[in-house]
Write a protein that binds this ligand. Sequence first.
Ligand code: HEC
Ligand code: HEC
Length: 270
Amino acid sequence: MRVFAATPFAAALFALPVLAQHGMYLSDSKNPAIGNPEAIAAGTKLFMGSCAGCHGPDGGGGARGPNLVRRSLWHPLSDENIFSVIRNGVADMPATKLPDDQTWNLVAFIHSLTGPASTNPVPGDPAAGKAIYWGAKAGCANCHSIRGQGGSMGPDLSNIGGSRPLAVIRESVVEPAKDLYYLGNEAATVELKNGQKLEGVAKNRSNYSLQLVDTKGALHLIQMRDVKKLTISDTTPMPTDFAKRLSRTELRDLLAYLAKQDIRSKESAQ
Ligand code: HEC
Ligand code: HEC
């Protein structure tokens, strides 16, 4: 937990907003291997044989190679970049001599791990997932909106499938406390100089002002000079028990629905 007193904290704190391109994939290539289940399956085999020794079987990283899923969040690569990394190697990673089609199969596999969920095949039934998302058991819509419908305490999910790999979406649903992917959505308690106390999620924090969406969803614009004490929690305001609250099938279907949320898709995904 971090506690900020009213006055002397100006410069140090707010050097944060570095994650502008956070989770964005650079470009979609037109290669037919991308998103093709057979190419991905062939790429998976190649990856297990030639790459998993360094990068781990799910791309999650090992002693000699980085976690490719996580790296893609701060260092997005296009499919063409990935192709040339595989072909030519980089730093301690050796070059390969695979033919083009096999190299594209590997790219399709890497894309399935690190590219936007909406561009990859995802298991599950999105229609069933939609009912779960908007239903009372999960209650996602109390805090999130999709295409203008729903709450505002958590980030808008209209483009979640268009901007995040499936593994990352999955982790933010089942283990939201593990990594706060979304800086700028921190749980906060504010004590004002006039004695008022507010609790909610801090958005757009600067040295001078703070926007707080309180637990009822109301937005407060607060001047820092009126703040006596601001406490930013290191834990997420999002419930952390969805892995228990939802069955395996419900979770799979929910993820299939989220994966389809892409603002570039014309079909109203709601
Ligand atoms: C000997 C260990 C090793 C092997 C084998 C290996 N890699 Fe790598 N890989 C690395 C290292 C180390 C890096 C990080 C290089 C750097 O510092 O930019 C990397 C980076 C990458 C990147 C990200 C490049 C970037 O710029 O972010 C991709 C994609 C990748 N590897 C895919 C593969 C694939 C696919 C294979 C199998 C054909 C493979 N790697 C085999 C060690 C390895
Ligand atoms: C009590 C409010 C609340 C509820 C209920 C809630 N969330 Fe969240 N969620 C948040 C907040 C706040 C964040 C941002 C902070 C964080 O990432 O932990 C977040 C983050 C996320 C993210 C990451 C967003 C991104 O841009 O990376 C996803 C995905 C997500 N929630 C999905 C869901 C789903 C699916 C449900 C229902 C099963 C749900 N949330 C229920 C408040 C909530």
